[in-house]
Design a protein around this ligand. Structure first.
Ligand SMILES: [Mg+2]
Ligand SMILES: [Zn+2]
Length: 529
């Protein structure tokens, strides 16, 4: 049997529950871990808060990691980095695995060719029996189903080699298409397996095409990165219909129709204002015809009432010019975005020591205690000084990445945090970089762990890529922040470390010196569980 982890990025609880229930009911070999990336906006729940909601069959395999609030693509990136099995299966929250899903997945994975980097499942549209959906809704769901992002198994080593998802993409569909092309170029092929999930019902409305602004921007980005032939390259890489639910021809017809309608409308206004009434009338008629045709296509099948007609007409008039503007702006934006850093191929799994090690402060370098007002009472953790000394002697940069104070306390003021950091340096020697978040838990900043902001910032200050760094800490948050930044992460547990962290952290060492040993000489998997 081929071991696998299931990763479900979720931004809403009800959809997550649908997937977990169906997964728990499926027959076949169980996943090693079910990793939920809780990506709801706002403050992060404490680890384990979802345990009570999970079906009993999954409870001892379930790991809930706080997402970093950077959207669905970053959540997926964290998901594969947090997994440990050779295959990582991504399920979209709301997708329901079929009753034989686990058994079919086992067949898919054991039958996967050596060069298979991804095995996609089939995505079926919901039927009337699955959810209270109208025909139009089912139609949209079928379109989403063709996009094929809802059930994908990735070979972990292939994703790692590619450097993971490109987080410049805003949609999962865009990031998956890009990853497929990059994996294909590296010699990994895509396959379609035998398992199926039922896709969630999507609320459809006449404004749908404007909600697709992010998709339009991602398509422009794909075109900028992979050239004008990107659609063909994506389809070839995915060995399936690919991500483009809309056929190339239908798409062309739609864009031309939208452009023509918009041009006619603008022409009518221009002709009217310059006093050419006849021309204005003709252009206006062309605009009205185009708008009516488009509005007709937006009307729901079945029962149509006055509200539906009004919504379709309004959308029919507004969508073409706005959609056209989105296309133009998206193309211009993609040229700017593509100048930023893309994903860097990760170092091989555990081989070679990191160029920088970033330590958590409280509970890792110094004893967590109530030293708010008495810096003299700050005590180093046992072995911390020796561990740092060995790294410095080996020419590895050392950093301290911490949050202002324990989550329960009022956030330390900036000056207080600086005094404490300085005290730690007096005790343990100078750090090459110190990054301390002084925001509160509820402020939703990007630097407080588990967000990866400070890890990425510290790496950049040292002039190294985050993937060449390791984070060492005593809590879930440290490991999540490290993995989310693309770094290696080692958990050094103490009495306050959650059981969840112990269960899922990819690398665990009982002491800080052991962690440094592992990073300097060991290989992943040797000392890890
Ligand atoms: Mg800590
Ligand atoms: Zn912060």
């Amino acid at each position: 049997m081929t071991p696998f982890d299931v990763v479900i990025p979720a931004s809403a609880r009800p959809q997550l529950a649908v997937s977990l229930r169906a997964l728990a009911a499926a027959r076949g070999p169980a996943p090693r871990l079910v990793i939920v990336i809780d990506d709801r906006p706002g403050p992060v729940d404490p680890p384990g808060s979802l345990d009570g909601e999970a079906p009993a069959a999954l409870r001892d395999r379930l790991v809930v990691l706080p997402g970093s609030g950077r959207g669905p693509v970053a959540a997926r990136d964290l998901g594969w980095r947090a997994g440990t099995a050779p295959w990582i299966v991504f399920l979209e929250a709301g997708s329901a695995p079929w009753p034989d899903w686990l058994a079919a997945l086992a067949t898919d994975l054991s039958g996967a060719a050596e060069e298979a980097g991804a095995v996609r499942g089939h995505v079926r549209a919901p039927t009337e029996g699955d959810a209270p959906v109208g025909p139009k809704v089912a139609l949209v769901a079928a379109g989403a189903a063709r996009r094929g992002t809802q059930d994908v198994a990735y070979r972990r080593s292939a994703v790692m080699e590619a450097g993971g998802f490109d987080e410049r993409f805003e949609t999962v569909a865009g990031a998956e298409a890009d990853l497929a092309v990059r994996m294909d170029a590296a010699g990994w092929s895509g396959m379609v397996g035998s398992r199926s999930v039922t896709s969630p019902a999507v609320e459809a409305d006449p404004w749908q095409s404007l909600r697709l602004a992010a998709e339009i921007r991602d398509e422009a980005l794909l075109r900028t990165i992979h050239g004008r032939v990107w659609r063909r390259r994506v389809a070839e890489a995915m060995r399936s219909e690919g991500l483009t639910g809309e056929g190339g021809r239908a798409r062309l017809v739609r864009i031309v129709a939208q452009a023509a309608t918009t041009t006619a409308g603008l022409g009518a206004i221009l002709a009217f204002r310059t006093g050419r009434a006849k021309l204005a009338g003709r252009a206006g008629a062309a605009w009205a015809a185009g708008t009516a045709a488009f509005a007709w296509s937006l009307l729901p099948r079945g029962r149509v009432d006055r509200t539906a007609v009004r919504a379709a007409l309004t959308a029919g008039a507004l969508v073409p010019p706005v959609a056209l503007a989105l296309q133009v702006v998206g193309q211009a934006r993609s040229r700017v975005v593509v100048r930023g850093p893309g994903p860097a191929p990760s170092r091989a799994d555990g081989t070679g020591s990191p160029r920088a090690v970033l330590f958590d402060r409280d509970g890792t370098l110094v004893v967590p205690a109530s030293f708010d007002h008495d810096l003299e009472r700050v005590q180093p953790m046992p072995g911390a000084a020796r561990a740092l000394g060995r790294l410095r002697a080996s020419g590895v940069a050392v950093g301290m990445v911490s949050d202002g104070g324990p989550p329960s306390s009022r956030p330390r003021r900036r000056a207080e945090a600086r005094r404490l950091d300085r005290r730690v340096e007096e005790l343990l020697g100078p750090f090459d970089v110190v990054a301390t978040c002084t925001h509160g838990r509820a402020e939703g900043c990007r630097c407080r762990k588990p967000a990866p902001g400070n890890v990425i910032w510290a790496a950049h200050r040292l002039g190294v890529d985050p993937s060449a760094c390791a984070v060492v800490g005593d809590a879930d948050e440290d490991v999540v922040a490290g993995l989310a930044a693309g770094a290696r992460a080692v958990l050094v547990p103490n009495g306050t470390t959650s059981g969840g962290a112990l269960r899922w952290a990819p690398e665990v060492e009982p002491t800080i010196e052991g962690a440094v040993d592992l990073l300097l000489h060991g290989s992943r998997g040797g000392a890890a569980r």
